[in-house]
Unconditional design. Structure first.
Length: 304
C-alpha cells in the first residue's frame, strides 16, 4: 500500500461517521475523517473528554462538522438510547468505527448489565451498537463497519464455558478473548451481510503497538506494560500512525470487505497499513456462528 497515510484518504464530503471513544486512536480517526469532509459523531461516556475531542478536531480542521454524543458501551441501555437519538437526527449512516476499549484491569469488573467489563465493553457493547445501527447503515452510501481488534487477539481463545470470566479471571487472556471476539465479529458480519443482502461491508483493523492511554487507564501505569510504555516509549508508535490501518479500512476504495488490516512492519506492531492474515482461530466458522448467536442472546438484539 506504499506507505499509505491520512493524506491519502479520499474526499469524504457527504458521508457520515460514528467513532466510539474520545481520545487516542478515536481522536485521530475523527480528526482525519472530519478533515476529509465527513460529518463525524464522537461517541463516548465522558462529556468533558468529548468536548475536548470536538475542540481538538475543530482546531485541526476549522469548519469541520463534528459533535459529541453520549455513549457508554458498558451499558446496553445507553447503547439503545444512542441508536435511537441517532435515528432521530439522520436518515442513514455511512461509517461506523467500533474503536473504544478497556484493557486488562487488574481485578475483575462488571458492566452495568453484569458482564465482565472487557468482554462487555470491547466486544458485546459494539456488537449491540452495530445491530441497533444496522437500519441506518443499510440506508448509507457504500456503508462500512470497521471493528478494532489487537495483536493480542493472536493469543486469544473464546472460553464459551466461561465467557464472563466468573471462574477464572486473568487480565490479559480476558483482554485477548475480547479482541479475538471483535475480530470474529467483523468477519462474521461480512458473511452475514453477504448472505442477507444488507450491502454493508465489514472490515477489522488493529493498531499494532501504539502510544495511547489504553494501558494507563486499564492495567495501570505501574503494571509491566505500563512501565514499558513509560520507560521505553520508542517501542510504541505514535497514535496517528496506529490509526492508519483503521482509516485505510474505513475509506480506501481498495480495502476489501472481510479484510483485516494492521501495520506492515516488525510482526505487525508498527508501520503503515497492510492486509494481514487473521489468526488461525478466526477460520473456525462454527465458533464464529456460535459466538454470534450467543451474543444476540446476551445483548438482546437481532440483526435485521
Amino acid at each position: 500500500m506504499n506507505r499509505w497515510t491520512a493524506a491519502d484518504i479520499p474526499p469524504q464530503h457527504g458521508r457520515s461517521a460514528v467513532v466510539t471513544g474520545t481520545g487516542g486512536l478515536a481522536l485521530e480517526d475523527a480528526r482525519a475523517l472530519a478533515g476529509a469532509g465527513a460529518a463525524v459523531v464522537i461517541a463516548g461516556r465522558n462529556p468533558d473528554k468529548g468536548a475536548q475531542a470536538v475542540a481538538a478536531v475543530h482546531a485541526a480542521a476549522p469548519g469541520a462538522t463534528v459533535r459529541f454524543e453520549l455513549l457508554d458501551l458498558a451499558s446496553l441501555e445507553s447503547v439503545a438510547r444512542f441508536a435511537e437519538r441517532l435515528a432521530d437526527r439522520q436518515e442513514g449512516l455511512d461509517l461506523l468505527i467500533n474503536n473504544a476499549a478497556v484493557m486488562a484491569p487488574p481485578a475483575r469488573l462488571e458492566t452495568s448489565d453484569g458482564f465482565e467489563l472487557q468482554f462487555g465493553t470491547n466486544y458485546l457493547g459494539h456488537f449491540a451498537l452495530t445491530a441497533r445501527l444496522l437500519p441506518l447503515l443499510k440506508r448509507g452510501m457504500q456503508p462500512r463497519v470497521v471493528t478494532l481488534s489487537s495483536v493480542a487477539a493472536r493469543g486469544g481463545a473464546i472460553a464459551f464455558e466461561d465467557l464472563q470470566a466468573e471462574h477464572s479471571y486473568r487480565p490479559m487472556p480476558v483482554y485477548s478473548q475480547s479482541k479475538l471476539a471483535c475480530l470474529l465479529f467483523a468477519l462474521e458480519l461480512s458473511r452475514q451481510s453477504h448472505w442477507h443482502g444488507w450491502g454493508v461491508a465489514s472490515m477489522a483493523a488493529h493498531p499494532g503497538i501504539t502510544r495511547t492511554d489504553l494501558i494507563a487507564n486499564g492495567a495501570g501505569p505501574h503494571s509491566v506494560s505500563g512501565r514499558l510504555r513509560r520507560f521505553l516509549p520508542f517501542l510504541f508508535q505514535p497514535a496517528w500512525q496506529g490509526a492508519l490501518p483503521t482509516l485505510f479500512a474505513a475509506t480506501d476504495p481498495c480495502a476489501q470487505d472481510g479484510g483485516y488490516y494492521g501495520p506492515h512492519a516488525l510482526g505487525g506492531t508498527r508501520g503503515y497499513p497492510t492486509l494481514e492474515k487473521p489468526p488461525a482461530r478466526t477460520l473456525d466458522g462454527a465458533a464464529a456462528a456460535r459466538l454470534w448467536e450467543e451474543s444476540c442472546r446476551l445483548a438482546g438484539v437481532r440483526f435485521a
